[in-house]
Ligand binder design. Sequence first.
Ligand code: NAD
Ligand code: UGA
Length: 449
Amino acid sequence: MTARTHARDSRSTTHCIAVIGAGYVGLPTAATLAHFGHRVVLAEREEKRLAALRSGRMPIVEAGLDDLVAGGVAAGNLSFSASAIEAVVGADFVFLCVPTPQGADGSADLSYVEAAAKEIGPHLEAGTIVVNKSTVPVGSATMVEQVIGRPDIRVVSNPEFLREGTAVVDSLHPDRIVVGADDSQAAARVGELFSSTGAPLIVTDATTSETIKYSSNAFLATKLSFVNALAAVCEEVGADVRDVMLGLGYDKRIGFDFLRPGPGWGGSCLPKDTRALLHIAQEAGYDFSLLAGAIASNEQQLARVLSKVEVACGGSVDGVTVGAWGLTFKANTDDRRDSPSLQITQRLLALGATVQAFDPTVPVAPGGEMGAELVPEDLSGLSLRADPYEAASGASAIVVLTEWDEFRWLDFRRLLGVMAQPSIVDARNLLDPAAVRRLGFTYAGIGRQ
Ligand code: NAD
Ligand code: UGA
């Protein structure tokens, strides 16, 4: 497919839009805007990603994304380009969806945003609105405006709240749309692009909009740290954390969402965004000890899971084989960035364990390991297996790290036959303790007996 540039029609409610960056945010965003009837050119500079998209394959695992993208392409509303410069020609709106990884001091690294702004600046049509959809700190809308350096270009903050694994549903049916700019008309115009979602629209200034995004992720992370800490208390006093959460969840002010204890929160955003907010607060002279505590508590959670595995293996994992189920940071995604599951396997390796790992998104030939040249760097040292049974073979313990639904429905009698010792550490509370104990396994969950 050839890239198409935009023909401008300022009277139309159908707009020409460029999206820069075809990642976990840019790709669903582009496909959603195309689904709403806008004409979208999605620019991606990574050749492999672009080639996959052009041949109709999705470069990421995301339910429903293939259909949404195919629909946009078939309608002639979505096309792809290797060049951000080519994509922005004739565009009314340009969405920046490039990475903002954690910098060395904990602050957000804005180099991709800055580079993209510099690249497209001279090629924008007069009146184009540039939209910061990447998660960026306070002051970034102004920074992008300054980098572009043109009085005829406005920059609007429009943070994204989608979750990986449910990105399509979240994009089509968002809880809210937040837009912020010093030019409220420009902000409202960005809000209108999403009017068919029917979601509440918050129009505010850029600083407030940028603060909303970090606050949201930091609040979610703090909620999880509270839940995981409470699970530790439940273990000590003999309470069942799942019932405690049920009791909490029925309180409408608390709600049921985001109350599942686990191995610690991770992924490409919660860890970096909590640290970025901590950095923003520090720079502003506020000691955000509550948030620092939530981050420290998350570290403790990882260590607690690790020590459960050690206990399951008789006190030490040195020289012991451990089966690890799940490597992604949560189920229904292929993303392993800042994955607690992966961090735990790496710590087990450092403690001298042999780790036989299985994840449904890491393809391995049955009976054989991945060819060395194919093993991604973050998986080096792991003995990758084709299925959960192979991962458990000869192991002294299995640790359930990612909540893939398929782990619930395995033949646990068959597992008994392949393991050196029948022991399960369930860091996601995925399994039924009574059922596996009846079969002869020892079982350790999180926050329950
Ligand atoms: P990603 O790494 O998956 O995707 C970014 C893409 O941008 C990459 O494919 C990269 O090659 C491309 N890119 C970088 N510079 C480019 C340029 N100049 N021209 C063309 N392509 C370019 O990142 P992501 O997970 O989509 O995150 C993007 C931003 O969205 C980050 O700020 C992140 O914090 C934020 N965010 C992410 C999520 C999520 O669930 N992943 C949710 C909300 C917000
Ligand atoms: C998170 C936010 O939920 C999104 O709103 C936000 O847009 C996104 O970050 C972002 O800014 O990138 P995501 O990273 O996809 O989304 O993942 P979550 O579903 O929030 O899970 C984050 C971590 O918390 C995972 O490690 C997950 O396993 C863990 N988690 C989540 C739990 O341990 N228990 C829960 O009940 C929920």
